[in-house]
Design a protein around this ligand. Sequence first.
Ligand code: UGA
Length: 436
Amino acid sequence: MAEHIGIVGAGYVGLTSAACFARLGHRVTCVDADESKVDELGRGEVAIAEPGLAELVGQGLADRTLSFTTAQAELYGADLVFLCLPTPPAEDGRPDLGVLEQVVPQLGRLLRPGCVVVTKSTVPVGTAARLPHLLGRDDLPVVANPEFLREGHAVEDFLHPDRVVVGTDPADSPAARRVARLYEPTGAPVVATDSASAELAKYASNAFLAVKLSYVNVLAELCERFGADVREVSRTMGLDARIGPEFLAPGPGWGGSCLPKDTSALLHAAEAAGVDFAILRDAVRVNARQRARVVRAVRQAVTGSPAGSLAGARIGLLGLAFKAGTGDLRDSPALAVAAELARAGAELTAHDPAVGCVPGMSAVQVVDDPYLVAKDAAALVVLTEWPEFRDLDWARLAASADRAIVVDTRNLLDPDALADAGFAHVGVGTRSRRQP
Ligand code: UGA
């Protein structure tokens, strides 16, 4: 049954949800306060680089199943309204609910009786239970339906989710079933539960991924001490179906717009509830240490000592985004490493296929041509796992570098191929310190 769906907020989650619900045959009205964004979207211009998203938006506009507006009033008549509003971390790491608290009462004044209000973007545990009060209405059923999509795979994750969770109080209510029905074409298993469990499940999943990554980053450090290879260790672990192969690749630390924000929010919530979530606190601490470890590895590569001075050293950075497949710089470990290197006096040139500039970071010169990063460089550092870095002409890079050594924080490159090109390679958690 086609529904009229309202989406509030045309950010990452909102825009993807809007375009995908239209694709699934519903009529979607997407509201955002940003007039220029709404104008752009109305013309089919999608600023977010997400495979398939611009096509779906274009299709929805052409079919007239998808529209964008700044007028909340157009949500009157919607059968379901999804809240896809930002909850960025405040100064102290707690989620800032300012936008939600401002918009929800406005919605309460205009939605028609019986309209189902759904929380989609990540909100603190207890938000769905608070919504009737914020809405000022008790005739609008509330459903917690957190989104699990990854940047760079947003459309694919939305249309082929591992699971769908719908939380209502009491669980498995008609409203929950109505929201679950929207996802029926995806064939995903549905968890119908209470709202607090649904909300916590989202935080729990992201926090678990963060713990898994910090675990493997410490393992990488151990491997370096023991002369073991973390790729072999994690491959072995990943073949255990109880552990699984995903999220076992060490790197410069985990980042992005979600994992840091959600771990911090969950830690604050746990503390407020009097629960010592030590394992998660430690995962965050290890993450900060991982960035410092990269800087030490660069010092070692450039000066021969983990404490050597980088003052005046020219260093080329390959990758700035928090992961490959996106130009997103929010909480990027690559930027954290760059900032540390700049503070240590290094002169930085960087290339990222999806990043043209780094606002507010004048110490990094961003170049379009990847070969420019090697010019007179004392070392190259791979910070984002863009596959195209493998295909660079490494002999050409070696010829223009001052010293042909690469610190590969993602274990992206083949040390043998690099040695053939004249490059020394320093991996993370590997024995690959091969000199040419
Ligand atoms: C994450 C979750 O994976 C999604 O399920 C969730 O919906 C989303 O947050 C969200 O809450 O909205 P995303 O932020 O797009 O998605 O990024 P991830 O793909 O999870 O990567 C997070 C970080 O872990 C990145 O810095 C990445 O480079 C790092 N990572 C990932 C590794 O260092 N090694 C790995 O093996 C995997």
